[in-house]
Design a binder for this molecule. Structure first.
Ligand SMILES: Cc1cc2nc3c(=O)[nH]c(=O)nc-3n(C[C@H](O)[C@H](O)[C@H](O)COP(=O)(O)O)c2cc1C
Length: 265
C-alpha cells in the first residue's frame, strides 16, 4: 500500500506533523514537499492514498496550496486525506480544500486539523509562551496514532473545523486586514541587524526574496508563510513595526536544511 503525503510548511509545524504521521503509517509512505513538485512541473501521484498537509492561513488554505491542488491530477481513485495544522482554529480551511477537489471531480475522504504552536505575528502577540507550545506538541503527538488509524482504515469523515458563514467571513476579513490594511507583503523589510547571510533568500518557498548589494529585496509573490521572519538567525526581518520585539519561532525538530529541501535545493 503506497501513501504519498505532500506538504507545505513555513516554520516546520506541518512538516513535523506530516513526518510523525508518515512514521506512524510506516510501510511505503513517502513525504514530498509540494513546492518541489510544483517546481518540477506536473504531478500525478501514483499511490493508494494521497495526503495534503498544510498550515491554516486566515481560516483557509494558503494561496500556494490552493495553486498546488488546482493543478494536481490523480491517477485512479486514491484515498485522499488532508492534515491542516493551525494555531487555534482551522475555520473552513479543510472545507475549502474539499470544495476545490470537488470542482476537479475528486473526493476529500477525510480532513484532520492539528493544533500546533502559533506562527502568526499579529498586532497582539498570539504566539503564547514555551509552556503553551509544549502542551500543543504533546497533544499533537498523542493524536497522530488516531489519525494514522483513520487513514489506514480509509475512513470517510467530515472535514474538521467549521464551514459556517461566520468563519468564512472572518477568514476573508483577516486576510484582507493582513494583506491590504497591514499590507504585510510590501511592508516586509530587513533591518540593520541583517548581515546578508541569505537565509531568507534561500528558504523562501516562492523565491520572493533576493539579497543584493544594496539590501534585501522582497518581490510581489509573498504567500505570507512567515518563514523569512521566523528563520532569520538575526531576527532582522520585520513587517513594518508590528513584528518588532515579538517572539520568533520554528519547530525544534525542523532545520534550515529541511526548508531548503522544501524548495528542492
Ligand atoms: C498568515 C498566517 C495566518 C494564519 N492564520 C491562522 C488561522 O486562521 N487560524 C489558526 O488557527 N492559525 C493560523 N495561523 C497559524 C498557523 O496555521 C500555525 O502556526 C501552523 O501550524 C504553522 O504551520 P507551519 O509551521 O507548517 O507553517 C496563521 C499563520 C500565518 C503565518
Amino acid at each position: 500500500m503506497k501513501t504519498i503525503i505532500y506538504y507545505f510548511t513555513g516554520t516546520g509545524n506541518t512538516l513535523a506533523a506530516a513526518r510523525a504521521l508518515a512514521e506512524e503509517l510506516g510501510g511505503d509512505t513517502k513525504l514530498i514537499p509540494l513546492r518541489r513538485a510544483m517546481h518540477y512541473g506536473g504531478y500525478t501521484p501514483e499511490a493508494d492514498a494521497v495526503g495534503i498537509a498544510f498550515p491554516v492561513h486566515f481560516l483557509d488554505m494558503p494561496a500556494i496550496v490552493r495553486q498546488f491542488v488546482f493543478n494536481i491530477l490523480f491517477s485512479g481513485t486514491p484515498y485522499i486525506f488532508a492534515l491542516a495544522t493551525c494555531g487555534e482554529r482551522p475555520g473552513g480551511a479543510l472545507f475549502r480544500l474539499q470544495e476545490l477537489l470537488d470542482e476537479k471531480g475528486y473526493m476529500l475522504s477525510a480532513g484532520f486539523s492539528l493544533l500546533m504552536p502559533e506562527n502568526f505575528i499579529g498586532p497582539v502577540d498570539l504566539m503564547g509562551d514555551a509552556s503553551r507550545r509544549e502542551e500543543k506538541f504533546a497533544a499533537a503527538k498523542a493524536r497522530i496514532p488516531e489519525i494514522a488509524a483513520a487513514v489506514r482504515e480509509r475512513r470517510v469523515l467530515v472535514p474538521e473545523g467549521s464551514n459556517s458563514a461566520f468563519w468564512k467571513l472572518g477568514g476573508r476579513f483577516t486576510r484582507h486586514l493582513a494583506t491590504c490594511v497591514y499590507d504585510t507583503p510590501s511592508r516586509l523589510h530587513a533591518t540593520a541587524a541583517c548581515n546578508q547571510c541569505r537565509t531568507c533568500e534561500r528558504i523562501c518557498p516562492t523565491r520572493n526574496i533576493s539579497v543584493e548589494k544594496d539590501g534585501v529585496k522582497f518581490g510581489n509573490d509573498c504567500t505570507q508563510c512567515y518563514a523569512c521572519i521566523h528563520w532569520c538567525p538575526n531576527g532582522a526581518i520585520e513587517i513594518g513595526g508590528r513584528t518588532k520585539g515579538k517572539t520568533r519561532y520554528h519547530h525544534p525538530d525542523v532545520s534550515i536544511r529541511d526548508m531548503l529541501d522544501q524548495r528542492g535545493e
